[in-house]
Design a protein around this ligand. Structure first.
Ligand SMILES: [Zn+2]
Length: 151
């Protein structure tokens, strides 16, 4: 959706003029074009996240009912000391917040250990370590819309 800058009326992506006030909308950035991509450095795999969501990050284990939104089991998370529910990542337009859930092996941001249950702002290019599992965070904020819309 795009929001008219003049009257705040909401229109579909691609709408050229506001149906309420007639304002030009072609330069208005639609919602959802900011994206957060997690790159699992050791594997080169990337995961695209949606904005304005809350993701639990961890791994699955035996007898575990709760499955994290971002399950790192397949990437050797156990061996790298990732807890079952290790951290929470909240995504916002253009930035995100990381919260360590008092994980056994801790969380680092750019090499510095962070305090459990405290909001840590993550910027584009920051490196997160869950135990020794390395995640590179890409946060983009571009005007190109269609190809960036979540799959
Ligand atoms: Zn309008």
């Amino acid at each position: 959706m795009i929001k008219c800058p003049s009257c705040n009326h909401r229109e579909r992506n691609g709408t050229l003029f506001c149906s309420e006030c007639g304002a030009e909308l072609f330069n208005v950035i639609p919602d959802g074009v900011n994206e957060v991509v997690l790159e699992f450095v050791e594997t080169g795999k990337r995961l695209r996240l949606k904005e304005n969501r809350e993701y639990t990050i961890g791994r699955t284990g035996k007898k575990q009912a709760l499955i994290p939104d971002v399950d790192l089991s397949q990437f050797g998370a156990f061996q790298k000391g990732v807890s079952r529910l290790h951290a929470i990542l909240k995504t916002y337009p253009g930035n995100c917040i990381l919260i360590d859930l008092d994980s056994a092996n801790g969380t680092k941001v750019n090499g510095e250990r962070i305090t459990a249950y405290k909001d840590i702002a993550i910027k584009n290019g920051d490196t997160i370590n869950l135990g020794t599992f390395t995640i590179l965070v890409h946060i983009s904020n571009q005007q190109v819309t269609d190809k960036l819309c979540p799959a």
